[in-house]
Design a protein around this ligand. Structure first.
Ligand SMILES: C[S@@+](CC[C@H](N)C(=O)[O-])C[C@H]1O[C@@H](n2cnc3c(N)ncnc32)[C@H](O)[C@@H]1O
Length: 256
């Protein structure tokens, strides 16, 4: 029986934002294969001093998979550490398939995605009743092609809380597509390296999204949060959830 490979979500960069299970696996691992371009080294401070630490920024997927398979065959406890949550833009699909073909079981430990830390930092609910009830996680087409049916302009038509990953290099095009449906004064939080030492969050009107991104030179590790909910930050007169309304009874509070 081959040793499982643990695909662990590291969270956005703050070492306190990994799950307990992910932390424990990282602390026990014989081998940690990690995406060093997106995960700060501080995340590895819990690793054993004799653990084999393998950065992957300069490796191909085939090389990474080969390492995972070889170390698993050697009965090592292998952690494949991905930034944020592995299910989002983590290219884990290809790794899972290759590991399954090699008869190696996989366990995935979820992580906090960048959009969740963005909402926490901004102290905002992305699903304010009557205002917005849908969150879209997407990216613009780049080297990775986005299916036509998910074109950014068509998603913008929903005017939902939209979390835009992997798009800073194409921000002019992204802004133009968003402006087809969102009002130009819709707030956009430009979130650079959330959870890292040099984290920066700038909230601007949609019409300035590209200009500010460029003037701040934000090309990598930037998430955009476009949402009508950002207008309501600290507005105490804004819509209240029916869940806490005294006239709204439910299973756990039937008789108010
Ligand atoms: C390859 S994707 C991985 C996303 C990751 N799996 C997640 O759940 O957050 C990398 C992109 O995610 C976003 N991202 C990841 N970590 C971030 C962070 N700490 N701050 C801001 N954006 C981040 C950026 O859009 C970046 O270009």
């Amino acid at each position: 029986m081959n040793q499982p490979v643990y695909i662990v979500g590291a969270g956005p960069g703050d070492p306190d934002l990994i799950t307990v299970k992910g932390h424990n696996l990282l602390a026990q691992a014989d081998v940690v294969v990690y995406a060093n371009s997106l995960i700060p080294d501080i995340m590895l401070k819990v690793c054993r001093s004799d653990a084999e630490i393998i950065p992957t920024a300069s490796k191909t997927l085939d090389q990474i998979v080969e390492i995972l398979i070889e170390r698993s065959h050697s009965q090592k406890l292998v952690v494949r550490l991905h930034d944020g949550d592995p299910s989002l833009y983590g290219a884990i699909h290809e790794q899972i398939i290759a590991l399954a073909a090699a008869d190696i079981p996989v366990e995935i430990i979820p992580g906090v995605s960048a959009f969740q830390l963005a909402a926490a930092r901004l102290q905002v609910e992305l699903t304010i009743p009557e205002l917005v009830q849908t969150i879209i996680l997407t990216r613009i087409s780049g080297r990775t092609h986005v299916p036509k049916s998910e074109d950014l302009a068509s998603l913008a038509a929903h005017q939902a809380s939209l979390c835009l990953y992997l798009s800073a290099r194409h921000v002019v095009e992204a802004q133009a597509k968003l402006l087809e449906y969102y009002p130009s004064d819709t707030p956009v939080a430009i979130c650079f390296r959330l959870g890292w030492q040099d984290e920066k969050i700038l909230t601007v009107p949609l019409s300035q999204m590209a200009e500010v991104t460029k003037s701040e030179n934000l090309t990598r590790t930037t998430l955009y949060l476009i949402s009508p909910a950002l207008r309501n930050r600290l507005n105490l007169n804004s819509e209240r959830s029916q869940l806490y309304n005294t006239s709204h009874n439910h299973l756990f509070r039937p008789f108010i």
